[in-house]
Design a protein around this ligand. Structure first.
Ligand SMILES: [Fe+2]
Length: 184
C-alpha cells in the first residue's frame, strides 16, 4: 500500500481512500494488485513478463501501451549510482509512466503545476500511472531494491526530458514508510 507525503503541508496520507483520491485529483491512477504470480527473486525478466502476461495484456488494452519490460535493481547492480542519477532529477515524459512494483520499494516525487510537491512511496503490489507531461523524479529507498514491470506507449522506451529546475534538490530522497521511520 502506497503512502503519500506533502511536506509543505506537513501531511502524510496512509489510508487507501485518502491516497487513492489525493492521487486521482492529480491525474495519477493508483491501484493495488496482489502479486499473485510468485516469481523467484533472481528470475529473469522473461519469466516475470510471462508470469504477469495476463495483467500486462489488460493494461496494454486499457492504456495503449505497446511494450513492457522489467527493471530490476539491487544494491550490487553495476553502475547503480549512475543509473539512479538519471531518475532522480526532475523530468517528464511524452508518455505515461506506468509501474507495477513486484518487489522492493521506491519514492516518486511529483511536482504539480498547481500545488506543492508531494512524495509517493510505493511497494510491492502497487500499480501507478503518472500521466505524460507530469514533472517528477524517482529515488530508491535505503534498501536499494526494486523490481517493477514498466509499460511503454513508445517502443523506444524510457525517454526523459529534464527540467533542470533544481526543485528536486529541495527534497530529501528519504523513504518514510514503517520500514524506514524507525531507523531515522
Ligand atoms: Fe520518469
Amino acid at each position: 500500500m502506497a503512502l503519500v507525503k506533502i511536506p509543505a503541508e506537513g501531511k502524510t496520507l496512509s489510508s487507501r481512500t485518502a491516497v487513492t483520491s489525493f492521487l486521482a485529483a492529480h491525474g495519477i491512477d493508483y491501484e493495488t494488485w496482489t502479486p499473485s504470480h510468485p516469481v523467484a527473486s533472481d528470475a529473469p525478466a522473461e519469466d516475470v513478463l510471462g508470469a504477469y502476461a495476463g495483467e500486462i495484456d489488460e493494461l496494454k488494452a486499457r492504456g495503449g501501451y505497446v511494450t513492457a519490460d522489467v527493471i530490476d535493481v539491487k544494491p550490487d547492480t553495476p553502475n547503480l549510482e549512475m543509473m539512479l542519477a538519471k531518475f532522480s532529477r526532475e523530468h517528464w515524459h511524452d508518455e505515461d509512466e506506468v509501474r507495477f512494483i513486484i518487489e522492493g520499494r521506491g519514492l516518486f516525487h511529483v511536482h504539480p503545476s498547481d500545488g506543492p510537491v508531494f512524495a509517493i512511496e510505493v511497494e510491492a503490489g502497487d500499480l501507478i500511472r503518472v500521466p505524460r507531461g507530469t514533472h517528477h523524479w524517482f529515488d530508491l529507498c535505503g534498501d536499494r531494491r526494486i523490481r517493477a514491470i514498466r509499460l511503454f506507449q513508445d517502443v523506444s522506451g524510457w525517454t526523459p526530458h529534464y527540467t533542470d529546475s533544481g526543485v528536486d534538490k529541495g527534497f530529501e530522497p528519504v523513504c518514510f514508510g514503517p520500514a524506514y521511520v524507525e531507523s531515522r
